[in-house]
Design a protein around this ligand. Structure first.
Ligand SMILES: [Fe+2]
Length: 309
């Protein structure tokens, strides 16, 4: 079994060291800025290292080669027919709304020009994995840290880290949906102030929704999680396999369900709507804020100041 033909949860990876993946040169990265971003991310949360905007780099679009464009097209076209039938209508309409096409690797500036008027979300370029806390700070600002490197052809089916196909094709279309958009900001805002136990629970929530979520639409199961959307193998397996248990979404149950990353998911959770997810998250976020009292930064303050404190 493919251990992971999805690249998921970059934010929820174990606190990374400075070696991934910034030690690799990519033409679509400004290496100097990428290194500075990585160094800042490692210290994020310390005094003087609280500005999420310092994590962002430029997408050097001219750095993508004809081979990169070809890889993108192939990745896109092999998923498109399956998703047209089996992806959430919210993902499908979001992909159209932000201007995703098979023809070319997305330019984040263009994606953002389409996305901002819809929900205020933006995709901001990063070099690769960033740790949990800075990732949450970005989400609280309605900004999605977006990997701009693209996998090489030899890794079409397996990449242990996120790339632009996973991050933009997989994640960003849902950011055009108002309910999902509000859920994700609420998630980031709560996760930013969560303690260790809560962070572990929230990691599970992220996993079973943002990465591997299913939704029921007009009586049919559809995929919406980015780990499923961007995975040719698991996006089919999750809907058809008798080995997959598909449970109704319940936030408390999700938060208590452990997961493993090295095989197809044996348990998935099914939403009835993204409003259900948003409302459950709001309720949970309120309990997190109540537990942390005045220490909790307010998401409005984050949005205004561009920093978390
Ligand atoms: Fe992901």
């Amino acid at each position: 079994m493919n251990p992971s033909d999805a690249q998921h949860a970059p934010s929820l990876a174990t606190q990374s060291d400075s070696s991934v993946p910034y030690n690799l040169h990519h033409a679509m990265l400004d290496d100097r800025k990428a290194q500075a971003s990585a160094a800042y991310a490692l210290r994020f949360g310390e005094p003087g290292f609280l500005d999420a905007t310092k994590l962002y780099i430029e997408q050097v679009y001219d750095g993508y080669t004809a081979e990169d464009q070809s890889v993108w097209r192939e990745l896109y076209e092999r998923q498109e027919p399956h998703l047209a039938e089996h992806a959430s209508k919210i993902w499908l309409s979001g992909a159209r709304a932000i201007g995703l096409t098979a023809d070319r690797i997305p330019n984040l500036a263009s994606i953002n020009a389409n996305l901002r008027p819809l929900t205020g979300w933006q995709s901001r370029a990063v070099g690769g994995f960033i740790a949990a806390r800075p990732f949450f700070a970005c989400l609280a600002r309605r900004e999605f840290p977006t990997t701009v490197v693209l996998r090489p052809r030899r890794c079409m089916d397996y990449l242990p880290e996120p790339d632009i196909f996973h991050d933009v094709f997989g994640h960003v279309p849902l950011h055009a949906d108002p309910a999902f958009a509000d859920f994700l900001q609420e998630y980031g805002s709560a996760a930013l102030i969560a303690d260790t136990l809560e962070t572990e629970r929230l990691a599970r929530l992220f996993w079973f929704t943002v990465e591997f979520g299913l939704i029921r639409e007009s009586g049919e199961l559809k995929v919406y999680g980015a780990g499923l959307i961007s995975s040719p193998g698991e996006s089919r397996h999750c809907l058809t396999s008798h080995e997959v248990e598909r449970r109704p979404f319940n936030l408390e149950e999700v938060c208590e369900t452990k997961f493993e990353i090295d095989h197809y998911q044996p348990t998935l959770f099914v939403l009835e709507s993204f409003e259900q997810l948003r409302d459950a998250m709001r309720s949970y976020a309120n309990t997190v804020r109540a537990a942390h009292g005045s220490n909790a930064p307010k998401s409005g303050a984050i949005l205004r100041s561009g920093a978390i404190a």
